[in-house]
Design a protein around this ligand. Structure first.
Ligand code: PMP
Length: 389
C-alpha cells in the first residue's frame, strides 16, 4: 500500500522520509484540491447568507458534520452532535468546561489519565480549579497504569472506581507507548451509567473507530482533523448525548473554520476510500518490522507495548500495537539522535512528547507511521540505527 505519490509534499522531496504523522499527518492531493476549489468557487461565511456561496458554505459545514458521524459509525446520528474545534486540545477543554463542570457536585470523583498527553489532563485539572473557586470539591483519580506495557491497568481499575465516580477521561491510542489502550474494558469496569470521554487524537484516521460497536460505548470522541489529513487548526468533538445533557459549547456563534472543515470532509473521504483498516494494518506491519530488528540492538530501549509484544503477536492482544514506535538510545541523547536522523533525511519527533509528568530528561525518539511510509524507508532507518548501536 504505497501512497506516497498522492502526497505532493512527499513527492516533491524524494530525499526526505516523514516519520512524524502522530504530530500531524501529510495531506493528500485530494485535500489540497478540495481547499483550492472551495476558496475559488464558494468562499463565504457559514449559516448567515442568502446567496449561493454562503449557502454552499453552510451546506459543506453541515455535510461535514454528517460525515464525521458516518465516519465514526454513529448508530444514532439524530441524537448525537458534532462540534468543530481547532483540535483535540480545544475539544477536551470544551467537554471539561462546558459539559462536565456544570454537572459535578461536592465530593464527586473523576478518573483521568496522568501519563497520557497533557491535553488530556490539564482540562480536568482546570475543571477542578473552576469548581473549587465555587466551593465544590471534586477529586481527580488517576486511571491506573501498567508501566511495563504502557496500558491502563484494567485489573486495578475496579479499585479506582467508586460510588462517586462520575466521569472517565481516557485515551484511545497512546501517543508515546504506541498501543491501543483497550478502552473496551473501561465500560465494564465503570458500569453502564458513567460517561467516558475518549481522546482519539491518535486513532481517528489511523485505525477504525466505531462508536456503534459495543466495545466503544463511549460518550465523547475528541480528535484533531490535522492528524487525520485535514488542515491544521481543525478538529471535532462527537457527543453521543445519551448519558447526560446535550453538549452545548458556550459562546458558539462565531465564524467557523470553514476551510478547515472543508478539508476535513475531503480528508475523511480520502481515508475511507483508502480504507482505514488497511491503513492500520500497513502501519502495524511497518511498526512490527521496525521493532523486531530494533529489539535485537542492546543500544536501544523501546517504550510501552511495542517493547513487550512478541513479534508474532503483532495483530494479537486485541490489536494493541499501532503505528507508533518510541525508543531511546542508551548513550546518545534523544535530541542528538533526532539531528543525526535528520542528517540522513528522516523526520522523527525527538523530545518528551508532551506526555503528562514527563520532563526534558525523559526525551525519546518517536517514529510514527502512515499510509505513505514504506518498508524500504524502515529498512533505511534501521541501517542508520544499526550503525549507531
Ligand atoms: N492527545 C493526544 C493523544 C495527542 O497525541 C495530541 C497531539 N500530539 C493531542 C491530544 C493534542 O492534539 P492537538 O495538538 O491537535 O490539539
Amino acid at each position: 500500500m504505497e501512497r506516497r505519490a498522492q502526497f505532493p509534499i512527499l513527492a516533491a522531496h524524494p530525499e526526505l522520509v516523514y516519520f512524524d504523522s502522530a504530530a500531524t499527518a501529510q495531506k493528500p492531493q485530494a485535500v489540497l484540491d478540495a481547499v483550492q476549489t472551495y476558496l475559488t468557487t464558494a468562499n463565504a461565511n457559514a449559516g448567515r447568507g442568502t446567496y449561493p456561496w454562503a449557502n454552499r458554505t453552510t451546506e459543506l459545514v453541515e455535510r461535514t458534520r454528517r460525515r464525521v458521524k458516518e465516519f465514526l459509525g454513529d448508530p444514532r446520528p439524530e441524537r448525537s452532535t458534532v462540534h468543530f474545534t481547532s483540535g483535540t486540545t480545544e475539544g477536551l477543554r470544551i467537554v471539561a468546561r462546558d459539559w462536565l463542570v456544570p454537572l459535578l457536585t461536592d465530593g464527586d470523583e473523576i478518573l483521568v489519565p496522568f501519563a497520557d498527553h497533557r491535553a488530556n489532563l490539564e482540562p480536568w485539572q482546570e475543571a477542578r480549579r473552576l469548581l473549587a473557586e465555587r466551593g465544590v470539591a471534586v477529586t481527580l483519580r488517576a486511571l491506573p497504569y501498567q508501566a511495563a506495557s504502557g496500558d491502563y491497568d484494567h485489573r486495578a481499575l475496579a479499585e479506582a472506581v467508586g460510588p462517586r465516580t462520575r466521569f472517565v477521561a481516557a485515551t484511545h491510542v497512546h501517543h508515546v507507548y504506541g498501543g491501543d489502550m483497550n478502552v473496551h474494558r473501561l465500560r465494564a469496569a465503570v458500569g453502564p451509567g458513567v460517561p467516558i470521554c475518549l481522546d482519539a487524537a491518535q486513532s481517528v484516521g489511523h485505525l477504525p473507530v466505531d462508536v456503534g460497536h459495543p466495545d466503544l460505548d463511549v460518550d465523547f470522541v475528541v480528535f484533531s482533523g490535522h492528524k487525520a489529513m485535514a488542515l491544521p487548526g481543525t478538529g471535532a468533538v462527537w457527543a453521543r448525548n445519551t448519558r447526560g445533557p446535550e453538549l452545548r459549547p458556550a459562546g458558539w456563534a462565531g465564524t467557523p473554520n470553514t476551510v478547515g472543515i472543508v478539508s476535513l470532509l475531503a480528508a475523511l473521504d480520502w481515508l475511507e476510500s483508502a480504507g482505514v483498516d488497511r491503513i492500520a494494518r500497513h502501519a502495524v506491519r511497518l511498526a512490527t518490522r521496525l521493532t523486531d530488528r530494533l529489539r535485537r540492538l542492546d543500544a536501544y530501549e523501546i517504550e510501552g507495548c511495542q517493547a513487550s509484544l512478541a513479534a508474532d503477536s503483532a495483530l494479537g492482544e486485541g490489536q494493541r500495537r499501532q503505528g507508533i514506535v518510541t525508543f531511546r538510545h542508551r548513550e546518545i541523547p534523544s535530541d542528538d539522535l533526532g539531528f543525526i536522523l535528520f542528517s540522513h533525511g528522516f523526520m522523527v519527533r525527538a523530545d518528551s512528547l508532551c506526555q503528562a509528568g514527563a520532563d526534558e530528561k525523559d526525551g525519546v525518539v518517536r517514529v510514527s507511521l502512515h499510509v505513505y511510509n514504506t518498508e524500504e524507508e524502515i529498512d533505511r532507518l534501521l541501517a542508520v540505527l544499526e550503525s549507531l548501536a
